[in-house]
Design a protein around this ligand. Structure first.
Ligand code: AHR
Length: 501
């Protein structure tokens, strides 16, 4: 099978906002307790943070981390997680039916985020709480000093404001499962009033309003329109959430369909962009609302196990999906879709980061291991820099149960002018055929191939618990203006070129 792409560095989709490679830590399962925080672990530092986890997170190069939820958020009292640890209350977390000891809270998260070189994407509870608690939290975090709450922060050890810029106004407030779920009208009013109050405290904030928690929710569309109608002037982003499952393991054509789910993601993004722009036109506004895709991933492997978990434990094994090779292929494809939409998706969070539907797993009595999905995420987050170029690829396509015209060659190119580097991410979705991939650089001159890797050859149902998965070298030929390589069936590939100045 043949496939090709043309590299045209003037043909830019958008500069890449690195926050596209964000992730998410929720106070859920073992994300925090025995995940990032385990004071009795041999690798724990003086804050109780596992340094083996810190190292793995740094390898992923995640620039932004959403916190503290998720469904957990909608019943959370942020004040429980500040002050001396011995005085913090143990609470029932009604979202996940766990015990929350609050030994890890706001200050701990801020210190940990700093250690992994990430900025926070903080969220305020609009389920059981509202305007005052949200404004108080902004004052506590961002006001310099001289008020009750800012001085309380200083007393608790943070002399300087946290200066948190990006905030989510609640979480999945359209979802019937959410504590304090709201109708579109109720949420729209509360979000707008909360945004106003938060901005009175700090007018530099960037605010994210909740979009639908899924495209499948019956209120999808009407929700976006109602929320934007009310909040347009006071928010900057609308959120999207999407998780993918597998339909039928016994049907071999189902893999084609699974790998086509990037089409679903693309349709979802384009649909929400259209809604944002329709409201913009109706309001005759000059302001554009961009998207924060603040939860996305594959999530289904742990569903059955989760129904067996005993309630009211601290840090139970919940949502511990063990990802396989086909999941890594889909994650690569979804990342490329986010990049192709980088003109409107400015923030995205792989949900989540450690233990809970996560690329990084910990053993409470042992070390850290990397899931299959770790590898494509790490490569895109590290190498997808600069600008995204318009896709000029060609290949044959297939139809699946849900999708038509899915390209066997899924590819996206980024260009970093500062380092004169072109990076080509490419996936071959064909189950049996190798794809001869021709890259045409036109007038551009290739100085050298910096690096080429492939991730392939594993059983699609294999996972990486034993650590056998690794990136392998990808043989490629280059001349002055061209490169050629072979993409193996079901493979994820990355080629990085240095251009001549
Ligand atoms: O990421 C897991 C859960 O998925 C989050 O708590 C919630 O926001 C979503 O439904």
């Amino acid at each position: 099978m043949q496939g090709s792409t043309k590299i045209q560095i003037q043909d830019v989709v958008a500069p890449i906002d690195r926050r596209l490679y964000g992730s998410f830590i929720e106070q859920l399962g073992r994300a925090v307790y025995t995940g990032i925080y385990q004071p009795d672990h041999p690798t724990a530092d003086s804050d109780g943070f596992r340094t083996d986890v810190i190292d793995a997170v740094k390898t992923l190069n995640v620039p932004l981390i959403r916190y503290p939820g998720g469904n957990f958020l909608s019943q959370y009292r942020w004040e429980d997680g500040i002050g001396p640890k011995s005085q913090r209350p143990v609470r029932l977390d009604l979202a996940w039916r766990e015990l929350e000891t609050n030994q890890f809270g706001l200050h701990e998260f801020m210190r940990w985020a700093d250690k992994v070189n990430a900025v926070p994407n903080m969220a305020v509870n609009l389920g059981t709480r509202g305007i005052q608690a949200a404004a108080d939290l902004v004052e506590y975090c961002n006001f310099p000093k001289g008020t009750y709450l800012s001085d309380l922060r200083r007393q608790n050890g943070a002399e300087h404001p946290f200066a948190i810029k990006t905030w989510c106004l609640g979480n999945e407030m359209d979802g019937p499962w959410e504590i304090g779920a709201k109708s579109a009208g109720e949420y729209a009013h509360l979000a707008n009033e909360t945004a106003k109050a938060m901005r009175r405290v700090d007018d530099t904030l960037e605010l994210v309003a909740c979009g639908s928690s899924s495209m499948d929710n019956p209120t999808f569309g009407n929700w976006e329109e109602t929320v934007l109608d009310a909040c347009y002037d006071n928010v900057d982003y609308l959120s999207l959430h999407r998780y993918y499952g597998y339909y039928n393991d016994d049907d071999p054509t189902e893999l084609d369909n699974f790998l086509g789910k990037n089409h679903d993601l693309d349709d979802f993004i384009k649909g929400v962009v259209a809604m944002c722009d329709a409201v913009k036109a109706r309001k005759r506004s000059t302001k554009t609302i961009n998207l924060s895709f603040d939860e996305w991933n594959v999530w289904y492997h742990s569903n059955d196990a989760d129904t067996q978990v005993t309630p009211w434990q601290v840090g139970p094994h919940l949502l511990e999906d063990i990802y396989n090779f086909e999941d890594a292929l889909l994650i690569g494809s979804l990342l490329m879709t986010l990049l192709r939409n980088a003109d409107r998706v400015k923030i995205a969070c792989l949900a989540q980061l450690v233990n809970v539907i996560a690329p990084i797993m910990t053993d409470e009595n042992g070390g850290v291991w990397r899931q299959s999905i770790f590898y494509p995420f790490m490569q895109v987050a590290n190498y997808g820099q600069g600008v995204v170029l318009t896709d000029h690829s060609t290949s044959s396509t297939y139809n699946s149960r849900e999708f038509t015209d899915v390209a066997y060659l899924d590819t996206v190119t980024t260009y970093d002018a500062a380092t004169q580097t072109v990076t080509v991410f490419a996936e071959n979705k064909h189950q049996t055929e190798t794809l001869d991939f021709a890259l045409n650089f036109g007038e551009l001159t290739i100085d050298r191939l910096l690096d080429a890797t492939q991730f392939y050859g594993y059983d699609v149902k294999a996972d990486n618990r034993d650590g056998h998965m690794q990136l392998q070298p990808l043989p490629a030929r280059t001349d002055t203006h061209h490169a050629n390589t072979k993409l193996q069936p079901l493979s994820w590939n990355v080629l990085r070129f240095k251009l001549q100045n």
